[in-house]
Design a binder for this molecule. Sequence first.
Ligand SMILES: [Zn+2]
Length: 390
Amino acid sequence: MTLATQCPVCAGTDLRPVFTLGNVPVICNQLWPDAQAARAAPAGDVDLVRCGSCAMIWNAAFDPDRMVYAPGYENALHFSPRFQEFAKALAAGLVARHGLAGKHIVEIGCGDGHMLDLMAQNGVATATGFDPSMAGKPSPFTARDGVSIVPEYFRSDQLDRPFDAILCRHVLEHLDTPMDLMRDIRAAIGGRSVPVYFEVPNAGWMLDAVSMWDVIYEHVGYWTAPAITTLFRRAGFQPQTVSAGYSDQFLMVEALSADPDPDAIAQGTAAVAASAEAFAAAANAELDKWRVRLSALQGRAVIWGAGSKGITFANALGARAAAPLAALVDLNPRKHGLYAPGIALPVVAPEALVALAPDLVLISNAAYESEIRAAVAALGLSPEFDVIAG
Ligand SMILES: [Zn+2]
């Protein structure tokens, strides 16, 4: 089976094009010590396609062998107060809805164990997480009785311990063979009724909001409600709820083990198809607009924000349109002096703009627009501003 010819959910072969980004960094958040290393950073193509049968959307050009994480890569979610509130309510709700107090839970891809700790706070007897990125790393979240992290890739034969529920958050979108994981979990559950909770980025929201810079090489799958429902039913799970949360940016599935329905196709595929087509038209128009704008710019431009959006944007422009770009600006001092992958732009502190004297400042996060305008004005500069949409 190959992603270039077959749907990873239903094995359908009717692939419809959605959107392409050529030669993007394989790991867009990894910064490099010098321009040469940045230019040589691993790159790959994004060729988003949609399955004509189940509406799954994925990168048909994804090559799992390219996903080699260099040392220092940090994949931890930023625990903003808002995210913490979301996670707290989730843990309490899962324990209450499924009667998990005094029971045993397993989390696949637990990161630093933040959710394990929350589940223990809500009364589970043991919370065991699996995550290879935690090898050799201490966790601040394993002090509570019953909480432990196995710093390895999850394998179904590790489910030889007691478990009464399985959690898996922000893992499925990285897998080129998601059905394998689901079938492994289902096999380990056997004849019991065990609840599972899965959470992924909500591709339905991404399509409708035309959040095109959420398309990154690290994500092979872009999950919508119909596609994830089809995956669950085929693997032997009956979804109880499939819902959007965290301002619709996450897709959340709570399901119980059931008999597999190997031919299932969930409802709603036509709506996903329409959303995908609208997304493609809007995203391509947006890219064209920026290429024209920057190709015509007499002078220098900088991007404010050296995160995945600014870096993916710069690389997606292509060499000619990206030529006026001089730097990425970021407040985080740990990023200063480093270079963005692919495009090899330096990351500088705001004060460096005085010497660069940009004619155009591109804002990568609209939420900070007024803050950025004020900071630039305080440096005595008066460039044009524009916001990178999506
Ligand atoms: Zn399919």
